[in-house]
Design a protein around this ligand. Structure first.
Ligand code: FES
Ligand SMILES: [Fe+2]
Length: 467
């Protein structure tokens, strides 16, 4: 037995961490501009080590239960406020076969109407559309609703003495706006979004000021795997050394930090500008610096000669501060090295990832494809800080990638980051197929590095079982 194995056996489950490597908190503690409290905290607990049963990734019945018990009771991100800035602006959001018209009915009021005519059911607006209107008129027989959802006109009213206008307002879902994101929940008895997310995460979110960002790039693609499997491909840095070897040179992967907060939020912090423990001692600080890949480089060159005592991480932080200030015309002097460099990936249950960083400023959204639960509509939004002029640029138009197209082809996507997304999603067909082909009926997870997967699946179990 090796000393390491002996040591592992003496530890309680979930206590082991990558040996012979600094922790994420050790790395961040050495930075020149100190990180805020939401970065400098840990919130991990062992949640069990049983296998995750795999039928949930392919059984049609499981998807049916999700539609019935999960999507109907959870808060979902539909669009950004800047998609509907003016009264009358609307944006159609679909989840499975449900569809909603998200519309601004007054300067400070956004509503989500079920997107279906109350006469014979026709969708009032086609899926995937947006626009500006003063009323919602059905294209079949012309029944019309006012922006406030009240019935304006039933064609040939004389034939509908049984229709009372006050009972024919468009039904609504709950709406809440948080950090510039418009969320809906079909459950009218659902807890407030703040309660659902919890105090700890709310304090993180308020520090990020995501309301002061705008959608700089928006890309979607159909991924040939179940939505949960697809999300889980992004929940750990454990895969970096094998899936993204080009990143590992400047990514503390095996020593990334994992946390969860209540039932609906978990995160990792994956420090960048430091070498992977898998590659320790194999590269110089200059090489680590040179191989750094960022999510939103704004096309600025990153070549620089390091001094003898410079670390790649410190040099990168310094350079990023200037570079992103220039690219986004914003003031980042108060922003810590960690916030500039590191990958902060948060899951907001059920289907959203928020990234708090500056170099990796993404939001992901994952939805099952309505008629095929073994496929996922995956979307990536890049949120850039608003220019100091205060002017809010128009949100970027959605670019949909064909199944065989690279993310690199998307306009506004950093090439290096596009390659990472291709690598992340290329494994998913093999994983979906393997999960279905396997003699083994469960997924086996690491206690620490894959805690987000377990935490996420425990919430899935809770909702699907109707609790
Ligand atoms: S179905 Fe809408 S007006 Fe008839
Ligand atoms: Fe990845």
């Amino acid at each position: 037995m090796t000393a390491q194995t002996a040591e592992k056996m003496n530890m309680a489950k979930g206590e082991a961490r990558c040996p012979n490597a600094p922790s994420t908190q050790d790395i961040i503690a050495k930075d020149s501009v100190a990180a805020p409290g939401w970065v400098r905290s840990e919130s991990y607990q062992f949640l069990g080590d049983e296998d995750i049963p795999t039928e949930r990734y392919y059984e049609e019945d499981f998807a049916r239960q999700e539609y019935q018990n999960l999507w109907t009771r959870t808060w979902q991100f539909t669009c950004r406020e800047e998609h509907i800035p003016e009264v009358g602006d609307y944006y159609v959001y679909d989840i499975g076969r449900k569809s909603f018209i998200i519309t601004r009915v007054a300067e400070n009021e956004v509503r989500a109407y079920y997107n279906a005519c109350l006469h014979r059911g026709t969708k009032l607006r086609a899926s995937g559309t947006d626009g500006c209107t003063s009323e919602f008129k059905c294209s079949f027989h012309g029944w019309t609703w006012n922006l406030d959802g009240s019935l304006q006109k039933a064609q040939c009213e004389w034939d509908f003495p049984h229709v009372k206008a006050e009972e024919f307002s468009l039904p609504q879902a709950k709406v809440q706006i948080l950090a510039g994101f418009v969320f809906i929940n079909m459950d009218l008895d659902a807890p407030a979004l703040e309660t659902y997310l919890g105090d700890e995460f709310m304090s993180h979110l308020s520090a990020w000021k995501l309301e002061d960002r705008y959608v700089h790039c928006h890309v979607s693609k159909i991924i040939p795997a179940n939505w949960k499997l697809t999300m889980e491909a992004f929940m750990e840095a454990y895969h970096v050394i094998e899936t993204h070897p080009q990143v590992a040179v400047s990514n503390a992967d095996a020593n990334s930090q994992y946390d969860f907060y209540g039932e609906h939020v978990d995160r990792f912090i994956s420090p960048l500008g430091v070498i992977s423990p898998h590659l320790a001692g194999q590269y110089t600080e200059q090489e680590i610096f040179d191989q750094f890949t960022i999510g939103d480089s704004g096309g600025v060159s990153t070549s620089q000669q390091l001094g003898e005592d410079d670390t790649a991480r410190a040099a990168m932080a310094k350079m990023f501060r200037g570079m992103f200030e220039e690219a986004s015309d914003s003031d980042l002097s108060h922003v810590s090295d960690s916030e500039l460099l590191d990958c902060f990936s948060y899951t907001v249950f059920p289907n959203m990832f928020m990234f708090a960083g500056i170099s990796l400023p993404m939001v992901y959204r994952f939805r099952p494809v309505a008629d095929d639960h073994r496929k996922t509509l995956y979307e990536v939004f890049f949120l850039r800080p608003l220019p100091t002029s205060g002017e809010r640029p128009e949100p970027a138009e959605l670019q949909h990638m064909a199944d065989d197209q690279s993310f690199v082809d998307a306009e506004g996507m950093d090439d290096g980051f596009g390659v990472i997304l291709d690598q992340d999603t290329e494994n998913l067909l093999l994983q979906q197929q393997g999960v279905e082909a396997s003699a083994k009926k469960g997924l086996t997870l690491g206690n620490y590095q894959e805690i987000r997967v377990r935490h996420f699946e425990q919430a899935i179990d809770k909702y699907v079982s109707g609790k």
